[in-house]
Design a protein around this ligand. Structure first.
Ligand code: DX5
Ligand code: ZN
Length: 226
């Protein structure tokens, strides 16, 4: 059974002590760090930008995925490439020439991901799938941590996996928003490859126990489904 990659998002961490947040992620055994960049236009809030990512980069070997919730990502992508992110994921809804932007990111040696909000169907990104390293399915409306999972979005994970299998493609399927110990059982039945978690991870004291609990529930759910 393939275990999912757990990617904690520092959006729910205490920004006064980012160093502790990064250390918590590394010591809990999670291989990825998810970075939510918000611009106050594509989504209502403003979080942080490329300097934050570049500063963190100097202190960690975690795989860093920058989730750009920004309008016109093509205008800013170069600064995020320079920040040292391992992957850059932008929103299909925010960019007209998505295919060109995927190429720009990949030619710089960075993995390229595209994200879709709950109201965007998989069909709208099908032509891009063969070029992508990751598809990030939003399971809440982007913009805030701590929201409730929208279960109808999980069908997109199945749809994407079927297209991937049928066409021999390689992109990872990530989900983002509302993942916690209560929802993980339902999520596991759809078998996404990457689980992005903000509030559920940072709201618990013992992160290592939390991660192993998540993987346990996941394992049981997948076993029982067989
Ligand atoms: C929301 C962000 C998420 C956020 C998830 O727009 O993209 O990455 O951190 O937070 P939770 O896990 O609390 O739903
Ligand atoms: Zn995110």
């Amino acid at each position: 059974m393939k275990e999912p990659i757990i990617a904690p998002s520092i959006l729910s961490a205490d920004f006064y002590d980012i160093r502790a947040a990064i250390q918590d992620i590394a010591s809990s055994g999670c291989p990825w760090l998810h970075l939510d960049v918000m611009d106050g236009r594509f989504v209502p809030q403003i979080t942080y930008g490329n300097k934050m990512i570049a500063d963190i980069r100097r202190h960690t070997n975690l795989f860093m995925d920058a989730h750009l919730m920004i309008a016109e990502p093509e205008r800013h992508v170069h600064s995020f490439i320079e920040s040292g992110a391992d992957a850059i994921t932008f929103h299909a809804e925010a960019c007209i020439h998505s295919h060109r932007l995927i190429q720009t990111i990949q030619r710089a040696g960075v993995k390229a991901g595209i994200s879709i909000v709950p109201s965007t169907p998989v069909g709208s990104i099908v032509p891009l799938l063969e070029s992508l390293d990751q598809v990030l399915v939003m399971t809440v409306n982007p913009g805030y941590g701590g929201q409730k999972l929208l279960p109808f979005c999980l069908a997109k994970v199945d749809e994407l996996r079927e297209i991937r299998e049928k066409n021999g493609l390689n992109f990872l399927i990530a989900i983002d928003g509302g993942i916690n110990l209560t929802t993980i059982q339902q999520i596991a039945l759809h078998r996404p490859d990457v689980l992005i978690m903000g509030s559920a991870f940072f709201n618990v004291q013992d992160k290592q126990v939390f991660v192993s609990d998540i993987l346990n529930v996941w394992g049981h759910a997948v076993e029982n489904f067989r």
